[in-house]
Design a protein around this ligand. Structure first.
Ligand SMILES: *Cc1c(COP(=O)(O)O)cnc(C)c1O
Length: 401
């Protein structure tokens, strides 16, 4: 497949009427290598952030061997794409048939849970037709932790409260070959302290249950970089997590895991959209709430933008976007900073859409088509450029704009 130098060359060549996804395999590979080499444990890629088989192959080649899958469709796709990968079914609410198929047909041994009912379901679904219970289950009990340091909460849906965790850990220990504790601090955690708080809760749960723990899984939440959200270096997260993990009352050979989604793939993709109409400081573009810009519309996430073109560039001002469908909800307030002379017919590149962006497009209202091409240039911002002298300093965040 041809690799374009950048967005401008794509527009020149295709003059696209539909949105075009730009993929940067080199950026995803760099993120994969970073986690594989620097996280002081094992990194599982959380497939839901972007389930593209191409991306899975890139991450596999860059050293990511474990994958966090959340549905039977993700299990099948990940297994078909990566026959040798270790798949971990980390959704705490699964159907019995999904558990059975994952275990018996796809070699999945690792499952998460947060209730006694789910534990019983997993045991029943992995018992063979002769009535023999599985002896190789790796089970992770999900603790509820605070999301107060994250931009997107995952605190209310899943996880057992600390007060109820000890009996579940003890019951799980009875049937598991290998017992883990996991949690999720929420997505885009803006400070490593989020993990300190959560690991304190793990410490309390393990102490109350007094069971042997084989793995502590700190989940996802590792940030990427967006306008107004410049996190500290990931090295700081890794160092602080490692220090608090080492201080837990667990066996010396217990493993440390994490489940990054966003941090591994945000830099992988951007999107070229076309301005169909301008109305004051509002731009009507051809992608939106039902396309790759779900978060821009629904949680007012700000993504970096730049005008693609050769014309003179005016002074930047704030714009809001409307997407292509016929309802008012297809609106993105931004603000998005673009030259004041932007007009209908112009193209805009919207960056950092590799995570929870290009993966979320729907075909609602007849939109959502469009092709994907590869480009060779740098993403609009990066946590992984590696061209800084001292990673302890905050210039770890390299904004290219
Ligand atoms: C979504 C999810 C992740 C990935 O979260 P990010 O914030 O994208 O890193 C990891 N683990 C579980 C269980 C998830 O549901």
């Amino acid at each position: 497949m041809y690799i374009y130098p950048d967005a401008r060359s794509v527009v020149r060549d295709l003059s696209p009427d539909e949105p075009v996804i730009l993929q940067r395999p080199h950026a995803a590979a760099r993120a994969g290598r970073f986690f594989a080499e620097k996280f002081p444990g094992k990194s599982l890629y959380a497939v839901k952030a972007n389930p593209s088989p191409d991306l899975l192959e890139i991450l596999w080649a860059s050293g990511i061997t474990h994958y966090d899958v959340a549905s039977i469709a993700e299990v099948r796709m990940a297994r078909a794409t990566l026959p040798e990968a270790t798949l971990c079914f980390m959704h705490p609410v699964k159907t019995a048939s999904a558990i059975r198929e994952a275990y018996f047909q796809h070699g999945v041994k690792t499952f998460s849970l947060d209730t006694h009912e789910e534990l019983a379901k997993i045991v029943a679904a992995t018992t063979d037709s002769d009535g023999n219970a599985a002896t190789d289950l790796r089970l992770c009990v999900r603790l509820r932790v605070s999301s107060e340091y994250s931009e997107l909460s995952l605190a209310s849906k899943f996880g057992i409260d600390l007060a109820d965790a000890a009996p579940l850990l003890q019951a799980t220990r009875q049937v598991a070959d290998w017992l883990g504790v996991c949690f999720h601090v929420g997505s885009q955690a803006m400070t490593p302290f989020a993990y300190v708080q959560a690991l304190d809760r793990v410490r309390a749960a393990v102490a109350q249950a007094s069971v042997v723990i084989d793995v502590v899984d700190v989940g996802g939440g590792f940030p990427s970089v967006y306008p107004g959200m410049e996190p500290p270096p990931l090295e700081d997260y890794f160092a602080i997590i490692h220090r608090h993990f080492e201080a837990l009352p667990i066996a010396y050979n217990a493993e440390l895991w994490c489940e990054p989604g966003r941090a591994l793939c945000a830099e992988y993709s951007s999107l070229i959209v076309k301005v169909e109409k301008r109305r004051g400081d509002e731009l009507f573009i051809n992608d939106g709430a039902y396309g790759a810009l779900y978060d821009a519309a629904h949680v007012a996430w700000r993504f970096p933008v730049q005008l693609v073109g050769d014309g003179p560039v005016g002074v930047e001002q704030e714009f809001a976007f409307y997407g292509p469908t016929c309802d008012d909800a297809d609106y993105m307030e931004g603000p998005f900073m673009l030259p004041g002379n932007v007009a209908a017919g112009d193209y805009i590149e919207i960056g950092m859409l590799g995570a929870y962006g290009c993966a979320m497009r729907t075909a609602f209202n007849g939109f959502g088509r469009g092709e994907a091409v590869k480009v060779a240039d740098e993403p609009m911002a990066s946590l992984y450029r590696g061209d800084r002298d001292d990673p302890r300093q905050s210039d770890n965040v390299v904004s290219l704009r």
